[in-house]
Design a protein. Structure first.
Ligand SMILES: C[S@@+](CC[C@H](N)C(=O)[O-])C[C@H]1O[C@@H](n2cnc3c(N)ncnc32)[C@H](O)[C@@H]1O
Length: 337
């Protein structure tokens, strides 16, 4: 990350402490002034601290969740700097271009566009991924899938099971519904000897996944395939089928955040009327593609956990792990030998 040029007072220490309502009144006025087509030249100066604070108030007024985090991320994106820079240079003056760029980004955010689609980036498993509206924004809870695979392979600090996985050099893994490629790419990084495949039904998602693999110099490690679930793969050939499939039911649509409903790809989020439709098709296909005794690992939600368990009734070692919020999140099961 490049550090921004021209700090005004390099040594100023500024703490972004809580902003009370009185301050917000002032900052709203400042924000309106900046936004109201007043020529930039007519504004005496726009200091980073003031504009950031006024933006937090503006986002809060617009009921944008985590207003401070969003205001900071969008300012970091606009002036291409890191968070430490924002906090170390509160008195830096913003240029006209920066003010305009920041306002454009904020207008998008206020309209509901997720910050990650504005900045084009999301972190997952400590790696930076490019994201576009063609792909689901990787979620932190999906990292549990990676942890689960690594635990079964025997490389994770917390072993969930022991002695049952194949050695890493022989592993064949497929990530079904790869989206941005975050799961396949994280696994390729963690398991340098594994052969990784990734599928998606969306050609535009696969383009983003390819780009991410290339950014991480892992494009030669992952074979991407444009297909429906596991169509076209050999039987009995994988050690792991891993997937974060669409699993939200259309009947639950009203409970889904507006930002997700309006801006994330529908076929990445919704599976059909009940939420089980994609998993119902994936389980038998995974059974065919897996070697005997090999693992199927799927991200799920609490809503469908019991139904998914029953769909896996003929499988061995079926277990469901919760995420950090205590919600059932990862189901794993072994194909019977
Ligand atoms: C919930 S997103 C997961 C994306 C990514 N793996 C992640 O965890 O962020 C589901 C993905 O599955 C893809 N998908 C939906 N139906 C599919 C199908 N029948 N076959 C293959 N991929 C599918 C979507 O295009 C989307 O990229």
């Amino acid at each position: 990350m490049v550090s921004c040029a021209k700090p005004v007072h390099e040594n100023t220490v500024w703490s972004s402490s809580a902003i009370d309502e009185t301050a917000c009144v002032y900052y709203r006025r400042l924000n309106n002034q900046v936004l109201s087509n007043v020529k930039y030249a007519e504004i005496v100066s726009v200091l980073l601290r003031d504009f950031l604070t006024s933006t937090i108030c503006r986002l809060r007024d617009a009921s944008v969740p985590s207003p401070r985090l969003n205001a900071e991320l969008l300012l970091m994106f606009t002036i291409n700097c890191d968070r430490a820079y924002l906090h170390a240079h509160p008195e830096r003056e913003l240029t006209k271009e920066e003010v305009n760029g920041y306002n454009d980004a904020l207008a998008e955010r206020v309209r509901g566009v997720p910050t990650q689609y504005i900045t084009g980036h999301q972190e997952f498993w400590g790696m930076d991924f490019v994201v576009s509206p063609a792909v689901l924004i990787p979620r932190p809870e999906t990292e549990h899938l990676i942890e689960t695979v690594l635990a079964y392979v025997g490389r994770a600090p917390l072993r969930l099971r022991s002695g049952q996985a194949s050695p890493a050099k022989t592993l064949r893994i497929v990530d079904v519904g790869t989206g941005s490629g975050c799961i396949a790419i994280a696994l390729a990084k963690e398991l340098p000897n594994a052969e990784i495949h990734a599928t998606d039904i969306s050609a535009s998602a696969l383009e983003v996944a390819h780009a991410n693999a290339a950014r991480h110099q892992l494009e030669n490690r992952i074979k991407f395939r444009h297909t429906d679930l596991l169509q076209g793969f050999e039987s009995d050939s994988f050690d792991f089928v891993v997937s974060n499939p669409p699993y939200v039911g259309e009947s639950e649509e009203d409970e889904v955040q507006m930002e997700v409903r309006k801006f994330e790809p529908r076929n990445a989020v919704f599976a059909g009327p009940t939420g089980l439709e994609v998993i119902e098709r994936l389980i038998p296909q995974a059974q065919a593609a897996l070697k005997p005794g090999a693992w199927l690992i799927i991200e799920i939600s609490g809503t469908i956990a019991e139904e998914v368990k029953s769909l896996l009734s003929g499988w061995a070692d079926v277990q469901i792990a919760n995420d950090l919020q205590g919600i059932p999140r990862v189901v794993s099961a072994r194909k019977p030998r």
